[in-house]
Design a binder for this molecule. Structure first.
Ligand code: HEC
Length: 455
């Protein structure tokens, strides 16, 4: 496809390109080139992930560097495809939410068209001396992984499995609960978490649930709470995590997982005004008929106190298609808080407000999920089956997790005694997680547990 003159972007990054196309000159010199035209756009929108040794983004890494011409050229047809379909850069919130959520990833229309024109023009190299130095720009947004290897900087506490967990060949779907030992003496009193990061061992970690770290799923970054917002982490020799592994079964597919978690704590004297709470807001009790291309599910939830909404995290599985959160205010006015028109199971974002959103008592949260159980959905594990809510990846879910806190400020000074209600709530969260499932004893994790009746 060549760029039709009527669709000429008004604001082109490169003036040489503009002149070239306007004159309808197809001469090679005027066709966009990698160094003069494409590279600056890649640097701005893509290289945070697409760089040599690309960072681990929630267990997955980008397959190529877009800073190198030879790689960009090989991938050119797929780059065009990823841009046309909106698959890259990865971000789920509709354009209408521009400016609302942290770490949003939108590529400008002109930038997109420029990259497509570069591909259509033959993915030319151009002259390396045309490259503009924009690396400061990429670093500005905190898109470069710090030397510590953690997005949250230098953690105050790191916990990990006792030893690597073996996930054998036959496993397709497996959900063990595991206790990560806290290094001795490293966490002897309750601390307030200001940042937390789960570092899954690989892309076969489908998700991780824990009490203090939120939920780790593919593509989701660390939790960074706003100043004065925190989660209490009671002292405990262990941190319990519900792991969920999902991969193709079969010979040679076994992996070993060494998932880690890192925490940054508040310091004595800091003030916690908002103790973060979360609610999964799951909706069950529906059946998606086999083959149905557009099955809709709805649910509502009453907000009974004034809260600040911090973030929203839609969750469905492979049949998930779209999701929406609509807030109905007490006066009846409705506002769409989040519209994810093209839900992608591989990229489950947490949509965190730049500024926590005030939601008055008496409001109602309306949630809608759409599913595609037809064979047109290429991720569908089986379009001939009715599907209900269930824990396996091949089941479905309709969750609408929210993180929030009451607006009433607590004024808890870090280092002072912790209010009893806060402490008991935090302990209960961890105890419940522990009580709910049988723990996998990692010290017994060797090949002997791998018998005929393994998962
Ligand atoms: C947040 C990190 C991130 C950003 C930003 C990002 N990508 Fe990716 N990209 C990935 C990861 C991870 C993969 C591999 C997993 C996948 O395909 O989902 C990938 C895969 C791709 C693929 C291969 C897709 C396929 O069909 O196999 C292309 C092409 C691509 N990215 C292009 C781009 C372009 C162009 C941009 C910028 C406009 C961009 N990406 C921005 C992380 C990112």
């Amino acid at each position: 496809m060549t760029l039709p003159i009527s669709k000429l972007p008004t604001l082109l990054v490169s003036s040489t390109l503009l002149l070239g196309l306007a004159a309808e000159v197809a001469a090679q010199t005027d066709t966009p080139t990698f160094y003069a035209d494409a590279l600056p756009v890649f640097e701005k929108n893509c290289v945070a992930c697409h760089q040599p040794e690309g960072p681990d983004v929630g267990g997955i890494s980008a397959p190529m560097s877009l800073m190198a011409f030879d790689q960009a050229k090989i991938w050119a047809p797929l780059i065009k495809n990823a841009l046309v379909t909106g698959y890259m850069p990865p971000w789920g919130a509709h354009d209408r939410h521009r400016g609302e959520f942290k770490g949003e990833r939108y590529i400008g229309e002109q930038e997109k068209e420029l990259l497509i024109a570069w591909v259509d023009g033959g993915a030319l190299e151009g002259n390396p001396s045309d490259a503009v130095q924009v690396s400061n720009q990429t670093q500005a947004g905190g898109t470069v992984l710090p030397d510590s290897g953690w997005w949250i900087g230098d953690p105050d506490l790191v916990v990990q499995f006792d030893r690597p967990l073996y996930v054998p060949d036959e496993v397709e779907d497996w959900q063990p609960t595991i206790e990560m030992p806290v290094p001795e003496g490293a966490h002897t009193e309750p601390r307030w978490v200001s940042k937390a990061e789960l570092d899954p061992g690989g892309p076969w970690v489908h998700h991780i649930v824990s009490s203090h770290m939120g939920v780790g799923v593919p593509g989701r970054g660390p939790f960074t709470y706003p100043a004065g917002w925190g989660v209490l982490m009671p002292e405990d020799p262990f941190i319990t995590v519900n792991m969920h592994y999902h991969k193709n079964p079969g010979e040679g597919t076994a992996v070993t997982d060494m998932t880690r978690a890192g925490f940054v704590f508040y310091e004595d004297g800091d003030v916690i005004d908002h103790v973060v709470e979360t609610n999964l807001l799951p909706h069950r009790g529906w059946t998606i008929p086999a083959g149905d291309p557009n099955f809709e599910v709805n649910n509502s939830y009453d907000i009974d106190e004034d809260i600040y909404l911090l973030s929203m995290g839609p969750h469905m599985h492979y049949r998930g298609k779209a999701m929406r959160y609509d807030l109905e205010y007490p006066d009846g006015e409705i506002e769409t808080l989040l519209w994810v028109p093209d839900y992608d199971f591989n990229w489950q974002f947490l949509y965190e407000y730049e500024v926590p959103k005030f939601v008055p008592a008496g409001s109602k949260m309306h949630m809608s999920w759409w599913f595609d159980n037809s064979k047109e959905n290429r991720f569908n594990p089986d379009h001939t089956k009715d599907v209900v809510y269930g824990p396996a990846t091949t089941d479905e879910m309709a969750n609408a997790r929210i993180y929030y806190a009451p607006t009433k400020t607590r004024g808890i000074v870090v280092g002072d005694p912790i209010p009893a209600d806060v402490l008991s709530k935090a302990r209960l969260a961890e105890d419940t997680r522990r009580a709910r499932t049988e723990l996998l004893d990692l010290s017994k994790d060797d090949l002997t547990w791998l018998t005929e009746d393994s998962p």
